[in-house]
Design a protein around this ligand. Structure first.
Ligand SMILES: NC(=O)c1ccc[n+]([C@@H]2O[C@H](COP(=O)([O-])OP(=O)(O)OC[C@H]3O[C@@H](n4cnc5c(N)ncnc54)[C@H](OP(=O)(O)O)[C@@H]3O)[C@@H](O)[C@H]2O)c1
Length: 281
């Protein structure tokens, strides 16, 4: 049994992509692997967790949960309630903090299974977490302490950035912005590469130039010295090439296009949340 106040034992239930990203971030940032347990029925996943991170493993959920102070539910949304029901019968569950990353599963659904009065934090990470560049938002129920929220914020911050939202419903907006967001940028890159080749560049050059431009623009914006709109104004000289392109995008209604797209993603996130919640169907 591991005990250390600075490094509570964290059990990951489900050792797939997102759990690996989180464990990688934690271990890279000095979290002791011996304070992490990965439970997954898949032997290959368990073997990989030991080989990559040197963490402890368990084939069963109750065994891992019993030893942990923090339990991360990192299984697919359709499995999460079944896993929670397995944990709900454990007498020791009440003292633990639960963190669910299952997309669209509401706190009320988890509270219903795990018991009202259980400390639960819902987190919505995104795919760049896999390379340490994640954007995560969290929302906690009233049973969580400031200390628990701060611990989870640090945990999510080990593989990117983490913000706290003030209403659970805002997680649907998070899904529409940072959850689905990487694909919006990939689409923009795809189109720039396509047009670059139309204009005579080799596919390889168009790809390299587009990727480096995306990285450069993101890094400049991330420095925070100027807002994206100020940075855009700075590189847009009057009557120059950039202004021609920006004018063309604005005349073609880019702002409305993006607004419609993000709203469509938001509507879908709300719908999916409702369809996974039997009480709201
Ligand atoms: N990937 C993302 O970008 C992303 C972003 C935000 C949120 N999420 C959320 O993160 C969660 C995990 O996603 P993922 O992409 O990491 O999925 P994943 O790679 O499929 O990982 C889930 C793992 O859980 C295992 N598992 C299945 N049943 C289990 C059980 N009863 N007990 C313990 N482990 C079990 C699976 O094993 P088998 O493969 O053998 O079934 C698999 O190894 C999902 O709820 C998803 O909504 C993911």
């Amino acid at each position: 049994m591991y005990q250390h106040t600075d490094h509570p034992v964290i059990a990951f239930i489900g050792g797939g992509n997102m759990a690996s990203a989180m464990v990688n971030g934690l271990v890279t940032h000095g979290y002791p692997p011996q304070s992490i347990i990965v439970a997954d029925p898949n032997e290959e996943q368990r073997a990989m967790a030991v080989k990559r991170f040197g963490v402890d493993i368990s084939p069963t959920t109750p065994e891992a949960v019993e030893q942990a102070q923090v339990v991360v539910l990192a299984v697919k949304p359709q499995v999460v309630e079944r896993v929670a029901a397995q944990i709900a019968v454990m007498p020791s569950r009440g003292a633990k903090l639960f963190v669910s990353i299952a997309a669209g599963i509401r706190l009320s659904q988890l509270e219903k299974v795990l018991g009202f009065g259980t400390a639960i934090i819902r987190a919505m990470p995104n795919t760049p977490s896999l390379i340490g560049c994640g954007a995560t938002a969290i929302f906690s129920n009233a049973c969580t302490t400031e200390e628990q929220i701060s611990m989870v914020t640090r945990m999510m911050g080990s593989f990117g950035i983490c913000v706290t939202v003030s209403e659970e419903s805002q997680l649907d907006a998070v899904t529409a912005i940072s959850g689905s967001g990487p694909a919006y940028f990939f689409l923009l890159m795809e189109e720039m590469i396509r047009v670059g080749t139309q204009l005579g560049l080799s596919e390889q050059d168009a790809l390299k130039l587009t990727l480096q431009t995306a990285r450069g623009a993101a890094n400049m914006a991330a420095q925070g010295e100027a807002s994206p709109s100020q940075l855009r104004a700075r590189v847009t000289s009057p009557n120059g090439t950039t202004q021609c392109a920006i004018n063309s995008m604005q005349e073609d209604g880019l702002a409305m296009l993006i607004e419609h797209a993000v709203q469509a993603a938001h509507r879908r996130a709300v719908e999916l949340g409702m369809s996974s919640d039997p009480a709201r169907r």
